[in-house]
Design a protein around this ligand. Structure first.
Ligand code: LRH
Length: 477
């Protein structure tokens, strides 16, 4: 086996990047090509993604990748889940909505009237999140917009379509729509036609499914903005960013939990079979589709969103405020700070997070943080507490006795968060890699191209061999 080079497009809720991945049996190296901001746009119709800007930035990165590496083996695309573009023929019907837009509230009620949540959970195994695709589609249906649409493509599928002309639905991300059939051995092979019909959704919206590792198509000459890009295969990866991140969690122990920590903290364990008990429904745990048919049994905790939204608000008064010095100042805070419920729905939508945290503290008789450093400390303590609680619940519900917690993604660089998570959980934390999502994306492509082989455990061994995670031992509390 040789070392091959692959391109990964990885779009997060606040930034995107194109990476080259150099992969062989003993090599795994990422080479950043470009990074760009992902700035949502508020218009009278609501909060939208700047999908054309994102596509353009991805194309710029891919063009540069092809310049640096004329023999790219393939391209793979991942992004956040649930959001989609509606198409009429090849025409996009408006900018995709951001999942933090509040339009879906009415959609939730009307979906649950047709299919009560308990029944939905038995069918799709998904935790309740008000923005799951099926609720968003219900909002479009009620507005009459679906009459004109003949496809709904999730964001990575939409970009892959623009590159290749092929409309496909990658299964890990499709599992977050709530509209896939869930069988005993997991997700991913069939749309749930009867559920789609009961919800009054047109079946034509849903493209044929592909599994991670399958080829979607090749870059069209008109999709190529650089010589050398046309004809490059576009391969399905775990196109849900969290599915790709979980591929690159360097777990060696089956009794491990993971936290994929970026905007969200996705906290859970990997399983062979879904858990659909009454207890897991009550705890709002999800069974999302993973690569190789694994199940991502996890819960969404609010994540670094609480920090980035707070900093955004502080910057409105003082543009010099930035997160890193505040985290350093938070490390120096010694007295007790409020630990609030990071999962409270009031923190979901964009807005004045410090004010909402203060409001929560007043309502619950806790001290309101007195400075920005105290707010940051309080947020990090609260996230660590919520992470530890979710690990415990994942362990109880799945029967996994967690001995290690892996933190991957941007949050793994936050030493205070990692240490406090270990302390709250009373379990050692292993932190890194930071770029787990891009690594998972690259590894699935590399396996499809034959540069590496084996199951997820072999891919994870390669991640670990190339970057040893940093260990945080729990301290007595
Ligand atoms: C993380 C993520 C998460 C979803 C949310 C919409 O980026 O994909 O797994 O629940 O965004």
């Amino acid at each position: 086996m040789t070392v091959g080079t692959i391109a990964a497009v990885d779009l997060g809720a606040t930034s995107g990047r194109v990476m080259l991945g150099h992969v062989g049996p003993n090599e795994l190296r990422l080479e950043p090509v470009n990074r760009f901001a992902n700035t949502p746009v508020q218009t009278p119709s609501g909060l939208h993604w700047d999908i054309h800007g994102l596509y353009e930035s991805a194309l710029e990165g891919l063009a540069e990748a092809a310049r640096r590496q004329p023999r790219l083996a393939s391209i793979g695309i991942d992004s956040w889940a649930v959001d989609y573009g509606l198409l009429h023929g090849d025409r996009l019907l408006g900018s995709p909505f951001h999942y933090r837009d509040s339009r879906t509230a009415a959609g939730v009620a009307s979906v649950h009237e047709r299919v009560p949540f308990a029944e939905l959970y038995a069918l799709n195994g998904l935790q309740f999140l008000p923005f799951n695709t099926l609720y968003q589609l219900e909002a479009e249906r009620a507005d009459g917009l679906l009459k004109q649409a003949d496809r709904a493509l999730l964001v990575p599928d939409l970009l892959a379509y623009w590159l290749t002309g092929q409309q496909r639905a990658e299964s890990t991300n499709a599992s977050t729509t709530g509209l896939l059939s869930l069988s005993d051995d997991g997700h991913g092979t069939r749309w749930n036609d009867s559920l789609i019909a009961r919800l009054g959704l047109p079946r034509r919206l849903f493209a044929p499914l592909v599994q991670p590792g399958e080829r979607i198509g090749t870059v069209l000459p008109q999709g190529a903005s650089a010589p050398g890009l046309a004809g490059t295969p576009v391969v399905a990866v775990g196109s849900h960013d969290t599915a790709s991140a979980v591929v690159a969690v360097p777990m060696t122990d089956p009794d491990a939990a993971y936290i994929s920590c970026g905007t969200w903290g996705l906290v859970g364990v990997e399983l062979e079979r879904p858990v659909l008990t009454e207890a897991s429904r009550a705890a709002n745990f999800t069974n999302e589709g993973g690569v190789d048919g694994r199940v991502r049994f996890l819960h969404n905790v609010m994540g670094t969103w609480l920090l980035s939204e707070s900093v955004r608000v502080w910057q409105q008064a003082d543009p010099s405020v930035s997160l890193l010095p505040l985290v350093a100042a938070a490390e120096a805070v010694t007295g007790p700070v409020a630990v609030f419920d990071a999962n409270d729905p009031r923190f979901m939508e964009p807005g004045d997070m410090p004010a909402r945290i203060a409001e929560w503290c007043v309502e619950h008789g806790q001290p309101v943080p007195a400075s920005q450093a105290e707010f940051v400390r309080s947020i990090i303590e609260s996230l660590a507490e919520a992470f530890a609680r979710a690990v415990q619940t994942a362990s109880d519900l799945s029967g996994t006795s967690v001995r290690t917690i892996h933190i991957v993604g941007g949050g793994s660089q936050n030493a205070l968060l990692c240490q406090l998570t270990a302390d709250h959980a009373g379990v050692p934390v292993l932190a890194g890699p930071v770029e787990a999502t891009a690594l998972g994306n690259v590894l699935v492509q590399a396996r499809a191209a034959g540069f590496v082989s084996g199951d997820l455990e072999s891919l994870r061994a390669l991640v670990r061999a190339n970057a040893e995670p940093r260990a945080y031992a729990p301290r007595a509390r």
